[in-house]
Design a protein around this ligand. Structure first.
Ligand code: J2J
Length: 576
């Protein structure tokens, strides 16, 4: 049977994933959450209603809904002619650019399941995704050091036996890769979409992670499409919405809460910014009459600092969302007066559950909580981390969740899944929350071994494993330290053989290992040995206490050779 000629292939050929139990799936359909429609509707429906409305604007051009529909079909047809088909996977890395959504919809139309890496990701992250997915297709940008020449692709080919095609956006091209632009502009002829069935995986989201290997989150059409429709409803988007996409385009927050995809569903316009830098964003807001933006707390803090004298430029802005990390109440209360718009807090996760403060909430809830779950059938439990028994409202506890858009397992990670899911299929996100009597949640801490660096998540274990491969390091622990702007920064506590390792050496070494810049430790502290808990594990609690109160002075266990990030970064070469 030719998979190209039919709308579906044998499900054995589709991407495997942990499904919801049948009873829950039936319930989610009955409640109208799962509609069994493909996510390609997110483009085709607004295109039917308003083909000429601009779907996307960037500084390099714009695309109407019709153009986005046509170009994504042209790309899908071009891929199909080259033998790509439903059931295969892809690794994609593009910046905040128009082509991101041309590619996203093309792959949905063809039924190819991609993971969209962040543009800040480097060799290690991409290699890990590629090794896990064994993609048939890789799409990158010549603007990124990894795809500027063929070195990385040649290296990948050795371990990717199923790789059929590499596409590069921009640049002059090189042997073994075709031009993305060229394929986008080939004729679509009589292309017939073959999306994967709606209860199968549409694409993979990225986990912030707490383990050694970055984990992939399978998201089905049914679950993701629901999360988008419901977000659009809560945030009251319509075809007049103009959304500034200033955070990384592939992040779950920017894509779906309600994000760019929500804006498409509502028939509005997405304005692409290269990043959240205040002055440039203010200019774009004014130029394109932006009405809504999604930011992380550190970006809001910088906008508040930069706004005096620029208020007029923000006249069109109605809603500012903040999420991804904890946002201080004092800053939250300044947003309406100083930025001239309403604030909405969003507490979400790429694994599923999303909480919003509602647009008609009272000030107390708006400024001091992270909202409540978007779906009435999100089942949230707040439990004691040890006993796993429910705690009373007002008491901190571990968040457990199950629901119509919360995943049921990381891709091919049975061991980790056994740790983070209980026998009833509830996922423990590792967040500590307090629930009030009205059901609003406040994020008060976490038990997962992760640093939340202004919304960018760093898995401690991933960095510790790399550090332990350094010939001069024999113990390492990565911890978070409070930071006024970022909320948290990372500190690597290291025991080195020579006792002479400097922060700059550590960062250089890690950079050469090929990890994203935001994962490099902000600070390094050398110690004679790491403090232990009674059961012999590294005591990160004690390390954090020392980091805050000062490492014990005069203690012969400590060599104070700390080097601050500013010192380090002024003496280092930029990545790439
Ligand atoms: C405190 N911590 C928060 C918040 C997320 C919408 C918004 C954010 C994300 C996201 C997302 C927080 N206050 N308001 O996917 O759709 C921390 C928690 C959570 C983790 C998830 C979305 N909002 N967090 O940030 O997968 O620790 O998703 O478990 O990147 O970020 O991170 P991520």
């Amino acid at each position: 049977m030719s998979s190209q000629a039919t709308s579906t292939v044998n499900s054995a050929e589709l991407v495997e994933f942990s499904r919801w139990p049948q009873a829950l799936a039936d319930f989610y359909r009955q409640q109208g959450y799962w509609t069994d429609r493909p996510m390609t509707d997110l483009l085709s429906l607004p295109c039917q209603r308003r083909p000429d409305t601009l779907a996307l604007i960037s500084e390099h051009g714009s695309l109407s809904y019709l153009e986005l529909e046509q170009r994504s079909s042209q790309l899908a047809a071009a891929l199909q002619r080259r033998g790509l088909h439903q059931g295969q996977t892809a690794v994609v890395q593009l910046a905040n650019q128009l082509e991101y959504f041309v590619v996203f919809f093309a792959l949905l139309k063809l039924g190819i399941t991609p993971v969209n890496a962040l543009f800040s990701h480097q060799r290690r992250e991409l290699t890990s995704y590629a090794e896990q997915l064994q993609p048939a297709l890789i799409i990158g940008s010549a603007e990124h050091a990894l795809f500027a020449d063929k070195g990385f692709i040649d290296e990948l080919r050795l371990s990717l036996k199923q790789l059929q095609l590499v596409l590069v956006d921009g640049g002059v091209g090189y042997a073994g890769a075709e031009s993305l632009q060229q394929l986008i502009h080939e004729a679509a002829e009589d292309f017939q979409p073959t999306p994967t069935p709606a209860d199968e995986v549409a694409f993979f989201q990225l986990s912030g992670g707490s383990t050694g290997t970055p984990k992939l989150i399978p998201r089905t059409h049914n679950d993701y499409y629901y999360s988008i429709r419901r977000s659009v409803e809560i945030c009251q988007l319509d075809h007049n919405t103009r959304f500034l996409c200033a955070l990384p385009i592939a992040h779950n927050y920017t894509m779906s809460s309600p994000g760019s995809l929500g804006v498409f569903y509502a028939g509005g316009t997405v304005v692409l910014a290269p990043g959240p830098e205040a002055i440039n964003c203010f200019r774009l807001i004014e130029k394109y009459q932006v009405s809504m933006v999604a930011l992380v707390p550190s970006a809001v803090a910088l906008w508040l600092q930069a706004v005096p004298g620029h208020q007029q430029q923000l006249a069109s802005l109605q809603l500012l969302q903040v999420g991804g990390a904890s946002f201080a109440e004092a800053l939250a209360r300044r947003v309406p007066a100083e930025l001239g718009c309403q604030l909405q807090q969003v507490f979400g996760m790429a694994e599923g559950l999303v909480n919003y403060t509602r647009l008609n909430d009272d000030d107390q809830h708006r400024y001091t909580t992270q909202g409540y779950p978007m779906c009435p059938d999100d089942e949230v439990q707040v439990v004691d981390p040890e006993s796993r028994l429910p705690v009373a409202n007002g008491q901190p506890g571990l968040l457990l969740v199950r629901g119509p858009y919360t995943f049921r397992g990381y891709y091919r990670a049975p061991q980790h899944n056994a740790e983070v899911f209980n026998e009833d299929g509830f996922y423990a996100s590792g967040d500590l929350v307090v629930r009030d009597d009205a059901g609003y949640l406040q994020v008060v801490g976490r038990i997962k071994d992760q640093i939340n660096r202004g919304g960018e998540k760093v898995a401690a274990e991933e960095i510790e494993n790399l550090l332990l491969h350094h010939p001069d390091i024999y113990q390492a622990a990565l911890i978070s330290v409070p930071d006024q702007l970022m909320g948290e920064k990372s500190l690597a506590c290291i025991v080195s053989h020579s006792g002479k390792l400097r922060a700059i050496d550590v960062r250089k070494y890690l950079r050469a290992e090929g990890i994203a810049e935001y994962k490099l430790p902000d600070k390094v502290q050398l110690l004679a040995r790491l403090p232990l808990t009674p059961v012999g594990k590294t005591s990160k609690t004690l390390l954090r206490q020392w980091a805050e109160a000062g490492f014990p002075a005069g203690c012969d266990e400590v060599h104070a050779t700390e080097l601050s990030l500013t010192e380090a970064s002024t003496t280092e070469q930029p990545a790439g």
